[in-house]
Design a protein. Structure first.
Length: 406
């Protein structure tokens, strides 16, 4: 009996010591930092709270809120897995700090990460705003190079706080949030897939700056005020090559069955083909839109099928990410694996040789009941683009209902 009591006391003391040494993450607002190139810091904010004894996080980018509940904790280590996307944060923590890395294994990318509880400001301004960037900005990224491309900056500013985005012909650069620090604009966004930082010197009519994506890429950009600027028509950039009468393919679904537009499931239906990737935030925006649209319009004689181009290194990993996306947002239409090991647009075009090119993820192809391609839409302007997104929804609804009724 004495030995049993001694063992019990040891266990109790050991358990008590373990509890005393166990650290829990403090609730409240946290400020996170990712270290990018040129010794710049990409900041973002998140709120942390305890739910049923477990931490949950809400990441904030302007009006966007991203809920994160896949958080694994072991002693003083943690892993924060982003919803839908592959990326995760791994590190050590105390009650008010996290130090570690943001990791995307398939791309071999590792970005230093740290976060501190109680810091409320996304960017720390050194001075008040001396410029106001509210309005429309005609923008060129990587100017004077072969790879240059156009963007449309859309910003609103209140005091020194700035929100907005850059639209491009292939989509938008997410919900950007930041400040004017004197005449320097600083904007950032982090959504679990992409980490974006924009820094630019602004005058009344121009801006010149650098765009950083994680710590693996940067490019210069130039902008000028132009309230009348519009990007090229997104319906004219991708098209069928001359002599190509129809669009078709044959790729496996998540059960390993080959699927093509010749299958009975697509007969006598208008078809929407989504060229996408599970790693792509603009594709996620479009997927959510399509799910909601189908739910709100069950009477339409329309079929949707997605073709996934994945950079996952194995077929098994690629299908795992497809199933994760389907489960996360309730996708019932088929997602076929068109490619894994690379999301190269050049290789994607090789898989779909009837197209002049694959310029963007996503690209959306609208096909009538006779199998004729009626329209190909490049890119997707999501909720971050405000009025553009609203007008897109109206145009999409009218076009699809007409397509389905023909």
């Amino acid at each position: 009996m004495r030995n049993f009591i001694l063992i019990l006391l040891v266990l109790i003391v050991g358990y008590s010591c373990e509890n005393l040494n166990r650290t829990s993450l403090a609730e409240g607002t946290w400020r996170a930092e990712l270290s990018v190139q040129d010794n710049e810091i990409l900041p973002f904010s998140f709120d942390l709270k305890q739910l049923n004894g477990r931490p949950v996080i809400e990441i904030h980018n302007a009006e966007e809120i991203i809920h994160v509940d896949e958080i694994e904790i072991m002693k003083d280590s943690l892993v924060i897995r982003m919803p839908v996307f592959e990326g995760y944060i791994a590190g050590k923590f105390t009650d008010t700090t996290i130090t570690g890395e943001f990791i995307k294994e398939s791309l071999n990318r590792v970005v230093p990460f740290r976060a501190t509880q109680g810091e409320l400001e996304r960017f720390n301004a050194k001075q008040g705003a001396s410029m106001n960037v509210s309005g429309i900005w005609e923008t060129e990224f990587s100017p004077d190079t072969i790879g240059s491309y156009l963007g449309k900056g859309i910003f609103t500013q209140e005091g020194n706080k700035v929100k907005g985005t850059f639209r491009t012909t292939t989509g938008d650069y997410r919900y950007l949030e930041g400040i004017m620090d004197g005449d320097i604009m600083k904007l950032s966004a982090f959504d679990g897939a992409h980490a974006f930082l924009f820094i630019a010197k602004v005058t009344d009519s121009t801006m010149n700056g650098t765009f950083y994506s994680g710590n693996h890429f940067q490019e210069p950009f130039e902008g000028r005020r132009n309230v009348n600027f519009e990007l090229p028509d997104a319906d004219s950039l991708t098209f069928l090559k001359t002599g190509q009468g129809k669009f078709n393919f044959s790729f496996p679904n998540t059960k390993g069955k080959q699927v093509s537009l010749e299958d009975v499931a697509f007969k006598n239906k208008a078809i929407i083909v989504q060229i996408m990737g599970t790693w792509c935030p603009n594709c996620l925006d479009e997927s959510k839109f399509l799910v909601n649209y189908l739910e709100e319009n069950p009477q339409l004689n329309v079929a949707v099928v997605a073709l996934a181009f994945e950079y996952a290194k194995t077929e098994e990993e690629a299908f795992g990410r497809i199933n994760r996306l389907k489960n996360a947002i309730g996708i019932e239409y088929p997602i076929l694996l068109a490619q894994y090991g690379s999301s190269s647009k050049i290789k994607a075009q090789e898989k779909l040789p009837m197209l002049n090119h694959v310029l963007s993820y996503p690209t959306t192809i609208f096909i009538d009941k006779k199998g004729v391609v009626k329209k190909i839409h490049t890119g997707f302007n999501g909720p971050a683009t405000g009025e553009k997104y609203d007008s897109f929804k109206k145009e999409f609804d009218a076009f699809v209902k007409q397509l389905a009724s023909e």
